[in-house]
Structure formats: structure tokens, C-alpha cells
Design a protein around this ligand. Structure first.
Ligand SMILES: Cc1ncc(COP(=O)(O)O)c(C=O)c1O
Length: 282
């Protein structure tokens, strides 16, 4: 919200990936900006590519671009080269870049890259919610170019004054807990392997590359016409919860569900077995 308020004006167009994190779309809309969803596919490893960005910008100018790698809901990541090419293409066209790096640290396929490796003007968003497991503490941070520091400070002082003191103290202490965080990350890696090997075995054999964060985005269109109904039935009949894709992608989301594997390995294993039995019995 602070980045959007400081960087954009009502009417500005901001490119976002679809599927993507729904609050981007909702918050931009609430602020009077226009989110411009760009459909991502296997052809570009589920990331916005420079050619498409330029084509959209030529059609009607963009003011901003939001990237997230690892991404929610797909769990896919951009390679260092793909991220560098996209950030350079955007800035070459005068499009401001926001990089949501909230899932950094939770990368399994290859190391996540920060947009700051490519540009000192990129605005980076991060949080203690994911790698540091502090979701409820409501604390995060931004890296912004010098010129945005005062405008953002002024907005923050007016919107919330400050993050609660307790959260600030706890977040500082969290930097000393990295061994514990790495153990948690190792648990996610175990869960990821259980899903990547187990889901195809029981019939869920179409999903996007499981690169990072703690999500697996599966195409369930061969089982159902609407993933919202499918997820509801799955929850009622097996006790396994997954998020239907409609909110992440208003166009194709009803073909997908998002599994989250930030749980205990025994539960993830049991979920796979229950799904197998469920699919077998129709
Ligand atoms: C991509 C992405 N950005 C931002 C957030 C917001 O996180 P928080 O408000 O907990 O820092 C989330 C939470 O799921 C997310 O997935």
C-alpha cells in the first residue's frame, strides 16, 4: 500500500502476473489505479517476459510493474537472467518496478535473486511473515530509492504511526534464529518432495514447477468443471484443504487448486494417501 501510494496516481496502469496474489489487484483498484493482468504460461516459465511487457505498454502505457519470485499462488520462480531482462526492459521503458521478495529464503530449485542486483531504483517489499514464520506479527520492510524515503515515511506516520513495538523487538531477535529457520525450510523441502513424488502417483499429475515458497499449483480440470466445487468436496470428503484458483486468476483459476505444504511432513504424507483413495473411489 505504501509503495502504491508513493509511486502511483489514480488512473495509472500497473502490470501484474495472472495468476497472482489477489490483494495486488484489489488494493490497486481500491486506490483508483488500474491493475493490468498479464497472463503467464509454461512458454515463459510462468513469468512476465520483456516482449509481452513492451507489447502491453505500446498498447496503452504502463506506469508500474509488480514482480514476485518465488510467486504466490504458483510457487514458480524466475531465473536470474529472466528477472534481470524483465527489470531492464521495464526501466528502459520508464516503467517503475516493485519486486515482492516475501518468499526469499524459501527457494529450492535454484537461488532466488533480488531485483536490487539489477537496479538501484527497484522498490523491494519483504516481510517477516514467510521465512521467519511471523505471519501474525504484522511486520515487514521495504528497500526504496533515496527519493522515496521521505514520502513513504510521511505516509506511514499518517496511516499507522508505527509497527507495534513488541513486533519490532521480536523481528530484530528473529535474525538470531536463522538456524531454526533453516530447519523449518528443510521441513518444507521434505514436504515438497512428498508432494512432487506422491501427487502424480495418486492421479494429480499436472502441476507447475515447484520452485519456491510453499505452494504447488495443480491443474484439476480433468477431474471437475469448477475447482471451487472440487476443493469444497475434497475438504468435506477427505479433510484435505486446498485453495481454489478463482481468486488468483479470474480467467483460468477455476481449473486450478493451490496446495500449501507449510505443515508437518506426516500430515502432508497422509493428505496424499487420502487424496489417492478418494480419486480411486471416484
Ligand atoms: C506474494 C505475497 N505478498 C505479500 C503477502 C502479504 O504478507 P504479509 O502481509 O503477511 O507480510 C503475501 C501473503 O501471503 C504474499 O503471498
Amino acid at each position: 500500500m505504501l509503495a502504491f501510494l508513493a509511486m502511483f496516481e489514480p488512473g495509472d496502469r500497473i502490470a501484474i502476473a495472472s495468476p497472482g496474489y489477489p490483494p495486488y489487484r484489489n488494493v490497486l483498484t481500491a486506490l483508483g489505479c488500474e491493475p493490468v493482468p498479464i497472463e503467464v504460461t509454461a512458454a515463459t516459465r510462468f513469468a512476465i517476459d520483456p516482449g509481452t511487457l513492451r507489447a502491453v505498454h505500446r498498447g496503452q502505457p504502463l506506469k508500474g510493474l509488480l514482480v514476485a519470485s518465488p510467486a504466490n499462488p504458483t510457487g514458480t520462480m524466475m531465473t536470474a537472467d529472466a528477472l534481470a531482462a524483465l527489470v531492464r526492459a521495464a526501466e528502459g521503458e520508464g516503467i517503475a518496478v516493485i519486486s515482492d521478495e516475501i518468499y526469499h529464503g524459501l527457494d529450492y530449485a535454484f537461488p532466488a535473486q533480488t531485483a536490487l542486483n539489477v537496479s538501484a531504483n527497484a522498490v523491494v517489499i519483504n516481510s517477516f511473515s514467510k521465512y521467519f514464520c511471523m505471519t501474525g506479527w504484522r511486520i515487514g520492510w521495504m528497500v526504496v530509492p533515496e527519493t522515496l524515503i521521505r514520502p513513504i515515511e510521511r505516509l506511514q506516520q499518517n496511516l499507522a504511526i508505527s509497527v507495534p513495538t513488541l513486533s519490532q523487538v521480536a523481528a530484530e531477535a528473529a535474525f538470531d534464529g536463522c538456524d531454526e529457520m533453516e530447519a523449518v525450510k528443510h521441513g518444507y523441502e521434505v514436504n515438497r518432495r512428498i508432494l512432487m513424488e506422491g501427487l502424480p502417483r495418486v492421479g494429480f499429475d499436472r502441476f507447475l514447477p515447484v520452485d519456491g515458497a510453499f505452494y504447488l499449483y495443480a491443474d484439476v480440470s480433468r477431474f471437475c468443471g469448477d475447482s471451487l466445487d472440487f476443493a469444497r468436496r475434497m475438504l468435506e470428503e477427505t479433510g484435505v484443504a486446498a485453495t481454489p484458483g478463482a481468486d488468483f486468476d479470474p480467467v483460468h483459476g477455476r481449473r486450478f487448486i493451490r496446495f500449501c505444504y507449510a505443515g508437518a511432513a506426516a500430515d502432508v504424507g497422509e493428505a496424499v494417501e487420502r487424496l489417492g483413495a478418494w480419486l480411486k473411489n471416484g
